[in-house]
Ligand binder design. Sequence first.
Ligand SMILES: [Zn+2]
Length: 243
Amino acid sequence: MRELADEAVVLRTWPEGEADRTATLFTRTAGRVRVLAKGARKPTSRLGAALEPLAVVRVDLVQGRGERYIVRHVARVEHLATLRASYERIAAGFAIVEAVDATPADHLADEARFALLVRVLRALDDSALRPDLVPAAFYARLLALDGLALVLDACVNCGRVEPLVAFDAATGGALCPECRRGRPLSAPALALLRRITGGDLANVLREEDPPGSAEARALLGGAIEEHLGRRLRTLADPPGAPR
Ligand SMILES: [Zn+2]
């Protein structure tokens, strides 16, 4: 019987049967795995208390039938109290874990992805950093991890440096007027995308609504959906969005 003791981020949970809970976890050494926590919905369950979406945990798992693991023990390793106290930060966290949960394959070890995931959850837990652009920045990093870093310093098609007036995720970045396709790209959004992907993210996240924010969010959201080949529910209908 295979056992796995590992760190993990809880991506998603849902009820099963009378008292159990199923969850997907992204583990440090085994990638995404599906687990069953028996009795986790009983009020006295110690498994249930720690097994919540966005939690960073240490788990002891044992392989059950098929590909699913049974949870033997789970403990929080990060408290993330600031994240958990803010609806906006939680919504941003859900937009992040949904993209990770949409990764096609289970059991693909990816420590870089795990480390990135924990780092962005910590950023969401930092009261000095605004959460609005954190998911968009995460999507740009995820693309880069998958070898598809966006080209923003020159036209991705012909290499012309300026002007750059369009953005196309399928082509891989910004485009000049001759090569334009995809969506229009404003100068402020281009400048912001360059800051987000070029090492100035910590400063960007300290600014209140930098110019081009809404556009950059939409472009990077579209880019990750293009890459994953599916729509993300948290982008189409963010929890708490006015109806
Ligand atoms: Zn061009």
